[in-house]
Design a protein around this ligand. Structure first.
Ligand code: ZN
Length: 271
């Protein structure tokens, strides 16, 4: 990791857009006010990190931590350095994982969330470090850790350094358990592979956005490996709920209040 430059602004937007699910033309303003949920079909579109921060945390309380951490191309993986530079230029961020401290309906929490536009929210050494620090800080201060997952999985360009983050983040979650600090994850579309198979799945409470893609291998690879045919929706939020893998599927409109009450209620136990 190395320190790098920070921030930038999202690109300017048009007045209209099309819902990727029902194909209706929507007013961007109305769509954004509706938290990127289609007013016609209720499809939950992906949010940027900025939109997620605005929709979830109490106004003006988000304080970003470790924003200057950037991955280095240890393996000199083909095109990685170039891709990193492009992602930094495109998103104005040094990594796809954003960590910090914020209040959620008055409850102070350590938080982390992904920017999918930064290399698919993939977990490299920086994302792993930020999740680990978030959980360590929550354990130390004995306040809740709330982590939003939006990721295609581990970042292949960092090889073992990336896979190692699965073990590191899992170990950090154990610190929260020992300290009695509540740990909550929210699966958003998509929560896949190395992220699902590490810290995301071992939280005290797991919430999920409707119809989010949740799984380990992609649909094509899974199909090839199946001995018994899995149902078509087996990688959906709703299927995970049915099988007990997530605790609740929550509409985005209710997510902030649900997180706030959960965090406050669970934090009450450690005061
Ligand atoms: Zn729609």
């Amino acid at each position: 990791m190395r320190a790098g430059k920070t921030t930038g602004n999202p690109p300017a937007s048009n007045a209209f857009l099309q819902c990727s699910n029902c194909k209706k033309t929507l007013f961007r303003r109305e769509f954004e006010q509706n938290l990127m949920v289609c007013p016609a079909c209720d499809h939950h579109h992906r949010m940027s990190a900025e939109q997620r921060i605005e929709a979830t945390f109490d106004e003006g309380t988000f304080e970003e931590l470790d924003a200057n951490l950037t991955s280095i191309d240890t393996l000199t993986f083909p095109d990685y350095a170039e891709k990193l530079e492009q992602a930094i230029a495109k998103t104005g961020r040094n990594d796809g994982m954003i960590a910090g401290k914020a209040d959620i309906v008055g409850q102070p929490c350590y938080v982390a969330l992904s920017e999918f536009a930064f290399m698919g929210g993939s977990m490299g050494s920086v994302a792993g470090e930020k999740v680990t620090r978030t959980l360590e800080r929550a354990a130390k201060d004995r306040i809740p850790a709330v982590i939003f997952c939006t990721s295609g999985g581990a970042r292949m360009q960092e090889g073992l350094l990336s896979l190692m983050q699965m073990a590191r983040t899992t170990a950090a979650a154990e610190l929260c358990r020992q300290a009695g600090a509540p740990f909550i994850t929210v699966f958003t579309d998509p929560t896949m592979a190395g992220v699902l198979a590490s810290y995301a799945s071992i939280a005290d409470v797991i919430l999920c956005e409707p119809k989010a893609l949740v799984g380990f291998a992609g649909a094509r690879v899974s199909k090839q490996a199946q001995v018994v045919k899995a149902p078509d929706n087996f990688q959906s939020a709703e299927f995970c709920l049915q099988k007990g893998m997530v605790d609740r599927v929550v509409h985005r409109r209710e997510l902030r209040d649900t997180l706030g009450s959960l965090a406050a209620m669970l934090a009450g136990g450690v005061r």
